[in-house]
Design a protein around this ligand. Structure first.
Ligand SMILES: Cc1ncc(COP(=O)(O)O)c(C=O)c1O
Length: 457
């Protein structure tokens, strides 16, 4: 018995060590995802710090010392809501600003004001079944979410919903994969080509090839695609990373289009009339309302068979999508529509709030860039928004910053100045560009825009 216990203990220790190595390896290898090495360590450290165990950094007035990034001790400006009120040290020069991820925390204050209106209470007996509406093509789609999504698209005018099939996904990321599964022929001798015009969203190549499925393969920049073969083209409009409005670029006759409209909302871009009515349109609460943590996206699909296949993918993948999350998302989306319908001048609508915030941030970043000759930003022509009546140029969720002059690797250049961004190569573009998230909390954005003009080398 004693021998058996000894063997069991050794086995547990070895297993624990292997799991730790695996976690480290996943984080280390996958630079593109939210679990990148740096942020994982930063977040793990924050977690350990706040739970009071295992963390060997120093406690320093609610700030966390970063030990992995450089030998010199630096301060991380925290990214979790635990530490939203972190005090920035004098001048903030020692703070590492992580603007690599598009984590949409900037709307947090709006939602704090909403309190009860957006609070969802769920009893233990609720949302137990796998099923939501067996009559619907997407049988795990909550009717409340359908009502909320349809209403909001009508209010904003940013998508045609009539006669569409709605499919819900665990984020629009899952819907992207479901769409590839549905649109790629399952009996073809070669995988379906998947393209998008560079600079493209850096997760597309990863998500397309991650499982090496044989159904589809990443075929790169749509501008360079000239094969006489079937293809799927992704059109992201406004685009991540550069904020431009886009249309399909491959003019072949063998193409199927997916429109990723994650940012087609009036805080980022003028909404144009008539509403888009493409075959497949993807949306997400992550970027519309800022509820990335709920992991809810929806697809509006014209063709019933495509919607059915997408549903099958999600059925096999995760047997549906969390009902709790769907109901929360429905509540949030209804609150957004209510805020737009409300005539009370004292109550700012969600889109007025978010537009004003984006406008302020873009003014600030442009002022910061104008103070130096080292950087430049894209310009956007103004258009009139059919939703708000305002005339404005794009206010993208990311700034596509270019290092002018001698600097060839803008990401490394900014990293030396403790600003973490995502370099152009991840988007199929030149390393002279970086993508900077505009969706962080105010405190991070302030430090960033103060630091940018002070950079000289
Ligand atoms: C263009 C685009 N599509 C999809 C997504 C993924 O959204 P979700 O959080 O719903 O998976 C993102 C997130 O950054 C994005 O930028």
């Amino acid at each position: 018995m004693a021998d058996f216990m000894f063997v069991l203990k050794n086995f547990l220790v070895v297993s624990l060590a292997m799991n730790m190595c695996l976690i480290w390896k996943i984080n280390y290898d996958d630079e593109e995802t939210l679990s990148s090495k740096w942020s994982s360590w930063g977040n793990l450290q924050q977690k350990f710090h706040f739970h009071g165990s295992c963390f060997n950094g120093e406690k320093n007035n609610g700030r966390v010392e970063e030990a992995q990034v450089s030998s010199k001790k630096t301060e991380i400006l925290a990214t979790t809501s635990y530490v939203a009120s972190t005090v920035v040290p004098d001048g903030g020069e020692s703070v590492v600003i992580n603007l690599d991820h598009g984590d949409p925390t900037m709307y947090e204050n709006f939602w704090k004001q909403k309190g009860e209106e957006t609070t969802v209470v769920t009893s233990g007996w609720q949302h137990i079944s796998y099923f939501s509406d067996v009559k619907n093509v997407c049988w795990f789609l909550e009717p409340e979410l359908v009502t909320a999504v349809t209403r909001l698209h009508k209010v904003v005018g940013n998508a045609a919903t009539e006669g569409r099939h709605m499919v819900v996904g665990t984020g629009s990321s899952q819907l992207y994969q479901a769409a590839l599964f549905a649109l790629s022929p399952h009996n073809a001798s070669t995988p379906m080509n998947v393209v998008s015009a560079a600079p493209f969203y850096s997760s597309y190549p990863l998500m397309t090839d991650y499982l090496k499925s044989g159904l589809h393969k990443w075929a790169g920049d749509a501008h360079k695609f000239n094969k006489e073969e079937p293809y799927i083209e992704l059109i992201t409009s406004p685009n991540n990373p550069d904020g431009s409005s886009r249309q399909d670029v491959v003019k072949g006759h063998k193409g199927i289009l997916i429109h990723d409209l994650a940012y087609y909302w009036p805080q980022y871009t003028p909404i144009l009339s008539p509403p888009p009515d493409y075959d497949i349109m993807l949306f997400t609460v992550s970027k519309s309302t800022g509820h990335a943590g709920s992991r809810i996206g929806w697809a509006l699909v014209k063709d019933r068979e495509v919607a059915k296949k997408m549903t099958t993918f999600i059925e096999i993948n995760t047997i549906g999508v969390s009902k709790d999350s769907q109901i929360r998302a429905a509540k949030i989306l209804q609150a957004v529509s209510n805020s737009c319908d409300n005539d009370d001048d004292d109550d700012e609508s969600f889109f007025d709030y978010s537009y004003n915030l984006m406008e302020k941030r873009w003014k600030k970043i442009r002022e910061a860039v104008d103070k130096t000759r080292l950087f430049s930003l894209p310009d956007f022509s103004p258009e009139t928004c059919s939703f708000s009546g305002r005339t404005f140029g794009q206010l993208p969720a990311f700034a596509w910053l270019k290092c002018e002059g001698e600097v060839d690797d803008c990401e490394s250049f900014l990293r030396k100045n403790k600003i973490y961004t995502r370099g152009g190569k991840h988007f199929g573009a030149s390393m002279k560009y970086v993508r900077i998230s505009m969706l962080c909390r105010d405190s991070e954005f302030e430090v960033f825009t103060e630091r940018l003009p002070t950079i000289i080398s």
